[in-house]
Ligand binder design. Structure first.
Ligand code: FAD
Length: 392
């Protein structure tokens, strides 16, 4: 039996970026996933994910996205256009005030040398005519941001991993992590196989706390609705008139994307409380009530989309930590085991730097950004800290 230096469970963005990075660092790496890769139920598998620097007053996240965006441009050269830097509009129904997500983001952008455009209702009417500027009265446009075609990124990374020598094994579902005398030895699969490794990385997304029940008290799977709409007027909903947006997001959860040139839809989703679900056992349904809430939002935000047909829906799962920060660290009690999960609905944008973070954690190397994601004590009273999220 081959013993790999690193065995990674899960071929989403956490697992694949870690595999590519550790392989590049000269380690033998295997990656297991039920497959196919991209897995249809994986959070990473989608037509688009927001790439934004705006994290309120949280300077570490903004600095991390600044670096990630440099990586996205490099990936565009390597993988073709997977990141579209079309900019973001972050609009509110009230004048911005200190403490607001948008206000604090604006201040930090300016402090770090970026050039956002503050928008008043007349600017909104002129530059972004799909918006109801009688309701949305303040906010800004920032050019350095946009969206990444996440499913295509997963495909490109899986190809890269394969070509560069990572052992990719689809059709494998891990059901047990083998630990002897406090050290992880490898895994068993549902398919009846055993894989041996010097170090195992659990990057199983919303399934992570099922594989490692000791995490069930600090992370859970939460389901969030996604809608694809057929836009009546694609030009009104295309850049530069319409870009990635947040619509008073900390009070509503609503955000979305412009007309997707290949998929021919406008995608709108909600970054809110979500529905706690079991990742393997519960149905992932978008309800009539969800659709009704969407229509209410469209009615006073994008009137031209009010009656647009919904052509696809999905309830997608976050690996949600209680404080909404990622969980990237070695297991405190089991040697040779690392957890890389807890994306909490906002990790994909960091993809170009994620592999380095996870590899540093697994190898025990110092990394200025890792303390935020270290193994930590959280309680049911712990509050979510992702500044853009709607907490009900
Ligand atoms: C609706 C929604 C919208 C989002 N929007 C954004 C956004 O706009 N911007 C952003 O930055 N982020 C966004 N995110 C967050 C981002 O998508 C996730 O943080 C990220 O994709 C998580 O990656 P992952 O690798 O941890 O998990 P996943 O992509 O879910 O991958 C986990 C993998 O583990 C595999 N697996 C599970 N169990 C096992 C097992 N037992 N054995 C082997 N393999 C297993 C699965 O098959 C899967 O392929 C969003 C997430 C959702 C759900």
């Amino acid at each position: 039996m081959t013993t790999y230096d690193y065995l990674i469970i899960g071929a989403g963005i956490f697992g694949l970026t870690a595999a590519v990075e550790l392989n590049m660092r000269g380690h033998s790496v295997a990656l297991l996933d039920p497959g196919p890769i991209p897995h249809p139920l994986a959070a990473s598998t989608d037509i688009s994910k927001v790439v934004r620097m705006e994290y309120g007053a949280d300077e570490q996240y903004m600095a991390m996205v600044e670096q990630a965006i440099t990586g996205w441009h490099e990936w565009n050269m390597r993988f073709g256009m997977v990141y579209h830097q079309i900019g973001v509009t972050m609009l509110t129904r009230h004048e911005l005030e200190p403490g607001d997500y948008e206000y604090e983001s604006l201040l930090l952008l300016i402090k770090r040398g970026h050039h956002p455009d503050r928008l008043e209702p007349d600017d909104i009417r002129r530059r972004f005519p799909a918006w109801n500027a009688d309701v949305y009265v303040d906010g800004f446009y920032h050019a350095r941001g946009g969206y990444a075609e996440s499913g295509r990124v997963i495909e490109a990374l899986a190809d890269k991993a394969d070509v560069e020598g990572v052992t990719l094994r689809a059709g494998r579902t891990v059901n047990e992590i083998v630990v002897k005398n406090g050290r992880c030895q490898g895994v068993h699969t549902v398919e009846g196989e055993t894989f041996s490794a010097g170090h195992v990385i659990v990057a199983a997304g919303a399934w992570t706390h099922i594989l490692l029940p000791e995490l069930a008290g600090v992370m859970q799977a939460s389901g969030h609705p996604v809608f694809h709409l057929k836009a009546p007027d694609r030009y009104l909903f295309s850049p530069p008139k319409f870009v990635v947006f947040t619509a008073d997001i900390t009070r509503s959860g609503w955000y979305g994307f412009p007309y997707h040139p290949d998929e021919r839809v406008v995608k709108i989703a909600n970054h809110g409380v979500g529905q706690t679900l079991h990742p393997a056992e519960d149905e992932r349904l978008v309800t009539v009530e969800d659709e009704h809430t969407l229509r209410q939002f469209l009615a006073d935000t994008f009137p031209a989309l009010l009656d647009a047909p919904i052509v696809y829906t999905r309830r997608c799962l976050y690996s949600d930590t209680l404080d909404e920060h990622f969980w990237i660290d070695r297991h405190p009690e089991i040697a040779g085991l690392t957890v890389a999960a807890g994306g909490s609905g906002h990790a994909f944008k960091f993809a170009p730097i994620l592999g380095g973070l996870i590899a540093d954690a697994a190898e025990g190397f110092a990394n200025e950004w890792l303390p935020k994601f270290a193994w930590r004590n959280l309680t049911p009273e712990t509050a979510g800290e992702e500044p853009a999220r709607f907490h009900g």
